[in-house]
Design a protein around this ligand. Structure first.
Ligand code: NAG
Ligand code: NAG
Ligand code: NAG
Ligand code: NAG
Ligand code: NAG
Ligand code: NAG
Length: 232
């Protein structure tokens, strides 16, 4: 008797929860994700190809690990936040038990191919394995990495000189008509936050971080670029 009642209860709650669409899988099914799996990772996620993907970027300087005048190298530890809209992914949280966001492995969705022009060595640490998908279609990735970059330094006035090292972010293959880079925080906010978070700067005094957004024209190939300049 007791057991039967217990089983009945189990069945009822089971049916209820599946009807309520409370699982991440329900959202993915609704998005036809499993049926279009390859498409989701392969294709720039816009409904009209003439629409660029606006990629918002924030870069904070966590640590200055080395400034090597002899090698003209700047070694930093940066925090990178990036988000954009995937027009093919959105759902109404109310239809799914209030699910507003969840994480997915980074390789299953399209991602902008952002590179840093000055980078001379690839970071050995693996990038974050997950990205966050929000119900309005916004995708967010966060990464921290040690960055070895080239920096043209003036050594003659050392140590009384201020060095400026650029970190230039842009897409590898996409033009400005496909990927448009946008900054979120301005120079003063980035400087303020970097100063707050900075763990180590050795003998280098962090002065500030400035940034500029540009469109660059390389033999008629026009790209969007954001340059962060660390002044030390
Ligand atoms: C659950 O989702 C399916 C497919 O989106 C839908 O047909 C069904 O009505 C939903 N059930 C509830 C209780 O919202
Ligand atoms: C999923 O596919 C079905 C059938 O092709 C379609 O009716 C539905 O609109 C699709 N759902 C989304 C969210 O695109
Ligand atoms: C660094 O970037 C700024 C802004 O784009 C530019 O004016 C400057 O020439 C760059 N410096 C070097 C060394 O490339
Ligand atoms: C570029 O920078 C200017 C000045 O800070 C700003 O007004 C503009 O919105 C920026 N454009 C993009 C695409 O981020
Ligand atoms: C930078 O952004 C902050 C907050 O968004 C704003 O209060 C401040 O006026 C901005 N500074 C400049 C120089 O634009
Ligand atoms: C940042 O530092 C450089 C080098 O000292 C200086 O030229 C520039 O005016 C500073 N920018 C801001 C926004 O403080």
């Amino acid at each position: 008797m007791m057991l039967a009642g217990f089983l009945f209860l189990l069945l009822v709650t089971d049916v209820e929860s599946s009807e309520r669409n409370c699982s991440y899988q329900d959202v993915l099914n609704h998005l036809n994700f499993t049926r279009n799996k390859e498409l989701f990772s392969a294709i720039r996620p816009v409904k009209n190809y003439k629409q660029p993907v606006e990629v918002t970027l924030d870069v904070l300087l966590y640590a200055i690990l080395g400034v090597r005048e002899k090698d003209q190298q700047f070694v930093s530890y940066i925090w990178l936040d990036m988000w954009w809209q995937n027009e093919l992914l959105s759902w109404n949280p109310e239809d799914f038990c209030g699910i507003k966001q969840f994480s997915l492995p980074t390789e299953v969705l399209w991602k902008p191919d952002i590179t840093i022009e000055e980078m001379t060595e690839r970071d050995e640490a693996p990038p974050s394995p997950y990205l966050i998908v929000q119900s309005n279609g916004f995708i967010k990735v966060t990464n921290d990495q040690v960055l070895v970059s080239s920096c043209r330094m003036r050594v003659h006035k050392f140590p009384f000189d201020i060095q400026s090292c650029n970190l230039s972010f842009k897409s590898v293959v996409h033009s400005v008509n496909e990927i448009q880079l946008v900054q979120y925080l301005n120079s003063s906010k980035i400087t303020e936050w970097s100063r707050k978070l900075m763990r180590t700067q050795y003998e280098w005094l962090f002065v500030n971080m400035t940034l500029s957004n540009e469109t660059v024209d390389l033999f008629g190939f026009i790209q969007s670029r954001i340059v962060y300049t660390a002044h030390l």
